[in-house]
Design a protein around this ligand. Structure first.
Ligand code: AMP
Ligand code: MG
Length: 417
């Protein structure tokens, strides 16, 4: 994020950076849980894990062939093969049938444990089997084609440190090491409420003046993208009791709440009315466009984010405040989107006293990153966000960032998508 520009913020407006710091200071990583590997996928490890055994924990053959003593075949050649007695077999998943003494060999499969007494594997191509004898045509050095125990990890070594996110290789490693329920910070379950008497679900044709609930679905997507678990609580009318009921009835399922709408000063601003007196959620104005009115606090210890109603405000507020907070709750160390410096392809005009987050499409060119604005700055224009892949940060004090000037851009999705 660009500089805070604290002193440029308008009267009564909280600078963006300060609003975000306040929120981040009030959320903490969720209590670790021991989750089965499939559920732990994508979560952050909450403790160092130490290998209890060597990995692999037994020496095995890397080839199909014969387990031998290297000293028995040291002089072998095609003209003068070393002849050994076959004393049994070593199959995968089993204890070898016999040990290997002097002048003896055991037939062995790839992956089978090395029998005691053997110290090398002769590949099948270098052998001729005659009855219960094997003629070895070439010498092998000691240790050849043997995967030793502990080659990958030694017992007592740290397998993974706290803070590591469990992706595909980590899940494979933990399964190998027998950590079937690693301690991780779980994915936050986030209850999503859309407030407004005018709202109808997208399955319904709106009557005149009604609006389909966009924010609920926008937030669903945003929550899934960050790795949280959305709990869709649906549309809540502009009624304080109904709103409180909707919040409290979801308390057990929630690690956090997000509501949209009803945080301004209108008489029907239900979220504000519901919490105003309780004092556990504060409402304030952030020096940003879009997304100026915001609410944040805790309900029964669960973070509560009260967002404004317009869909672009919801998207930008999620990116700027909620996404970093949820990443902190998930134990992630890097909280923010990557940023690039890009050259604007057109003027971007915004309010002088606020940080403007302008929807842009960035792309990389031979001359570096360029950013094309995707449309107007109205906070109801959701299509302008769907055309964008970044938010250009136009700091307070700048009214017009002219075409050709450089801006910082938060990139919110892969630029090739
Ligand atoms: P509010 O902050 O509740 O006054 O809402 C501001 C604007 O956003 C109004 O035009 C609302 O109709 C619109 N709005 C509020 N919630 C939603 C929603 N869930 N989906 C789409 N538009 C909404
Ligand atoms: Mg409303």
């Amino acid at each position: 994020m660009a500089d805070a520009h604290v002193h440029d913020a308008g009267e009564g407006l909280v600078p963006v950076e300060e609003a975000r710091e306040r929120i981040l200071a009030q959320v903490a990583p969720l209590q670790p849980l021991e989750l089965p590997l499939q559920e732990a996928e994508g979560c952050v490890l909450a403790a160092d894990l130490v290998a209890e055994t060597d990995i692999p924990d037994f020496a095995s053959s890397a080839m199909d062939g014969f387990a031998v003593r290297a000293s028995d075949v040291a002089g072998a050649s095609e003209d003068r093969p070393a002849e050994l007695r076959i004393v049994g077999r070593a199959l995968i998943g089993r204890r070898p049938e016999a040990t290997v003494g002097g002048g003896e060999a055991l037939r062995i499969a790839t992956g089978a444990p090395i029998p005691a007494g053997a110290d090398a594997i002769v590949p099948i191509e270098d052998c001729e089997v005659v009855g219960d004898r094997v003629r070895v045509l070439r010498p092998v050095p000691e240790g050849k084609h043997i995967r030793p125990a502990g080659e990958d990890v030694r017992a007592g070594e740290v397998l993974l440190r706290a803070g590591r996110r469990l992706g595909a290789p980590e899940l494979g490693l933990l399964a190998t090491a027998g950590f079937s329920h690693p301690p991780v910070h779980p994915r936050p379950r986030v209850v999503v409420l859309s407030t407004g008497d005018e709202l109808v679900p997208p399955t319904q044709r709106p009557e005149f003046g009604q609006v389909r609930d966009s924010n609920g679905y926008l937030l669903y997507g945003a929550l899934r993208e960050v790795g949280a678990v959305p709990v869709m609580a649906g549309i809540v009318p502009d009624d304080v009791e109904a709103f409180k009921e909707a919040v409290f009835s979801h308390l057990l399922q929630a690690d956090a709440f997000i509501s949209s709408g009803g945080v301004s000063v209108g008489e029907r601003d239900v979220v504000k009315a519901a919490f105003f007196k309780r004092g556990d959620v504060s409402f304030y104005r952030v020096a940003m466009q879009p997304g100026m009115p915001q609410g944040f606090g805790h309900v029964e210890g669960k973070p509560f984010f009260g967002l404004p109603g317009n869909p672009v405000s919801v998207f930008v507020s999620f990116e700027v405040f909620i996404r970093p907070a949820l990443r902190k709750m998930m134990g992630r160390r890097q909280l923010y989107r990557p940023e690039v410096t890009a050259r604007l392809e057109a003027d971007v005009t915004g309010p002088r006293d606020k940080t403007q987050f302008a929807r842009v499409r960035v792309r990389r060119t031979a001359e570096g990153w360029v950013a094309a604005p995707t449309g107007g700055r109205g906070s109801n224009l959701i299509a302008t966000v769907s055309r964008a892949n970044g938010l250009a940060i136009i700091p307070p004090g700048v009214e017009t960032a002219p075409a050709g000037s450089e801006v910082r851009v938060m990139v919110f999705r892969p630029t090739e998508d």
